[in-house]
Design a protein around this ligand. Sequence first.
Ligand code: FEO
Ligand code: CA
Ligand code: CA
Length: 698
Amino acid sequence: MSARREGRRLLPLLPNHPLGRAAVTCEYRCGNACAHDAPNTSDNQYFGDVLDGVLSRRGMLRAGAVVAAVGAAAATVGTGLAAADPGQGGAAAPGADRARWWGRVPGVNFEPVAPNHRDDLVVPTGYTQGVVIRWGDPVVPGAPRFDFDNQTAEAQAQQFGFNNDFCGLVPVPGSWNRWLMVSNHEYTSEEFMFRGWDKNNPTEEQTRIAWAAHGQSVVLVERDWRTGRLEAKVDGRYNRRITLLTPFEVRGPAAGSQYLKTSADPTGKRILGTQNNCAGGVTPWGTILSGEENVNQYFANVDKVTDPTARARLDRYGFPKGASTRKWERFDKRWDLAQEPNEANRFGWVVEIDPLDPQSTPVKHTALGRFKHEGANVIIARDNRVVAYMGDDERFEYMYKFVSDEKYKPGQSKHAREHNKRLLDSGTLYVARFTGDSPAGEIDGSGKLPSDGEFDGRGEWIPLAHNDKSFVPGMTAEEVYVFTRFAADKVGATKMDRPEDVEPNLRTRRIYAALTNNTRRGAAGQAGPDEPNPRNNNKHGHVLEIEEDRGDNTGTRFCWKLLLVCGDPQSPDTYFGGYDKSQVSPISCPDNVAFDDYGNLWISTDGNALGSNDGLFAVPLEGGERGHVKQFLTVPRGAETCGPVITDQFVLVSVQHPGEVDGASADNPISHWPDGGTSQPRPAVVAVWKKNRGTIGN
Ligand code: FEO
Ligand code: CA
Ligand code: CA
C-alpha cells in the first residue's frame, strides 16, 4: 500500500490539463477539446444583451421593476417556477418545513460519503457493492475468457467493451428480477489496453480491437434476491454486441442525404457502427437512445479537404488536422477526410437500439439533429406526443429538444412498439434561447447572486426544422439536420457551458441539465457571463432547471433557474438551491443526471476540479431540503462516474476509465480496481445495494 502511494507521488504530471480530469483522458476521450479553441466562433447575440440594450435605452428601470415585469409575464402564462410556488422551496422555504423534513426526504436518507482519493468504490455505511460486468467479460455465448495479454478483435467483439458510460435497464417481459442492461462503450484508451503501446505505430489488430471495443453491449442481468447481488448472464436469446462494424439504418428527414453518401454507401442510408456513445436514455417503449459525442477525434486530415464549404462545416464540428490520435486512417480510408469527407457526417447522431429484439437493425435518427450529442431523454407530453431533450457537450454549444408529430401508443404490444419506434422519425427540432431576468450589470462573472436572489429567467425554444421544412434562413432542412450547429448559430441560440445530460423529471415534467464546466467563459474573444452561465472561468459547472409553460413539454416558452452552482460550498461563488451550504457535500463538474422513484435528482460527476475522486450525489428538489446535496459514492482513482441508474432496490454506476491518470499506463498501472493485487484496472458496471436489502435511501 505504501509502495503504491509512493508510486503515485512519483508520477510525472503532464502540463496543461485544465481541470480535475487527467490530460490522458482529455486526449483519448475528446481529442483534447479543451486545449483547442472552442469551434463555436459565431457571434450570435445573447438575448440578455438585447434585453439589456432595451433597458439601458429606457434609462432608469430598476432591477425590481424588471423582475416584477418578467414575473408578471410568467404569471400570466401560469408557469410554476415563480417564487410563489411553495413546492419550490429554496431560499424562501419556511424554516418549519425545513425542520420537519430534515434528513427525512424519502430516497436520500444515507450518511454522505466524504471526498477521498481511494482506489476503491466507496459507498455509505450499511451499503454493499458488487461488480456486475467489466471490460472483457463474456457477453455472447462462446465468447472467450478475457486475456489481457492476448487480446484479439474477434474475442473483443463478443466481450464487454471498453470505457462503459451510459447504462440503462429494460425489464425482461414476464420477469420480476431480470433486465436487459445496455451499456455504452464510449471510447478506447489504448495506452491502458495494451502493454508497450506505441502511439505512432498501432498495429492493425490493435486497431480492430479498438473498433470492437466501441459501441454498446446488451447483457441480461438477474438479481439474486437472497444476496442482493446483480449478476450478468451470458444469455443466448438477448445478449448482443454492437461495434464499429455493426450496420445501422439511417432514418428521418436526412436519410439518403447527399451529405451522407460515401463510396462505401452510395445510398447514404446504411452506416457501419456507432462511436463515442456517451449518455443516453431509456424510452417509454423500451428502447435505448444514445448520443454519439466526440466523434471528430477519430478522423484525420481535415486540412487536406479542398472544398471550402465542406471544410468550414468540418471545422465547426472540430475535426482535427493531420493524423488522428489513434491512426485508424491507416487501416480504413473512411477515417481519412481527404478521401471520404462525408464519412464525418455519418457520426454525431442519436442512435436507437431495441434490446428486446436482438435481430433488429439499430437506427441513426437524423430528425434529432447532428452535433456532439451527449444523450437524449424522452418524456410523453400531455397530448401523448413525445419530446426528447438533448445537449451538445462542448464549450459554448447549445441545448435542443425534439417534438414528435405522432402520438405515443401505450402498452408493449408488437403493434404499439412498432408504432412507437417510428416516433422519432418525424417532428420538429428546436434549440434553446435563455433570457435572464436580472440586469446584466449584476451578472459580473464572479458567481455573486443578483439582487433578486437567483440566477433565473425565461426562455424559448426556437424551431430549426420540421421534416423537410427549414425555419432557418439560408439553410435547407437537409442542411439544418446534418449541420445543426450552423442552424443554431443563425437563430441566436444561447451559448452554454458544456450541456451534458438534459433529462426530464417524469414526476414534475421539469427538465434538468448538467452544464459541466467552461474555463473559457469570459476569456478574451469568448462569450462573457450571462445569467444562465454566470461564472467566468467556470471550473465546476452548474445544474439548470427548466419548467415549460403550463407544464406543456411540446411548447415553446419556459422558465428556468439554476438549481446548483457547483464547487466548494465554502466559496462565495457556489449556490445550492438556497440550502445551508455548511450542510452539503462538495460537488464539481456535474455530468449525468438521473431521478429516483421519489423524484429526487441524482448527479454523477466527471473530472472533479476540487481534486478528490469523482462521485454520485443525490439532491432533493422539493420542499425545505431542496439543494441539500449528499454524496452517495465515490469511484476509484482516475475514474469517472457515469450512467447512474437509481431503483428502489439498487443503484448502478458505470465506472469509466479507472486508473486513467497522467503518467500511468498498462505498463505502469496506478489503479488495480476492481480485481486488486497487481491486476490491470478495468472499466466496469457496479451495483450498490443495502446490506439489509432495504430500499435505497430509506
Ligand atoms: Fe462523454 Fe459529455 O461526456
Ligand atoms: Ca435573476
Ligand atoms: Ca458524459
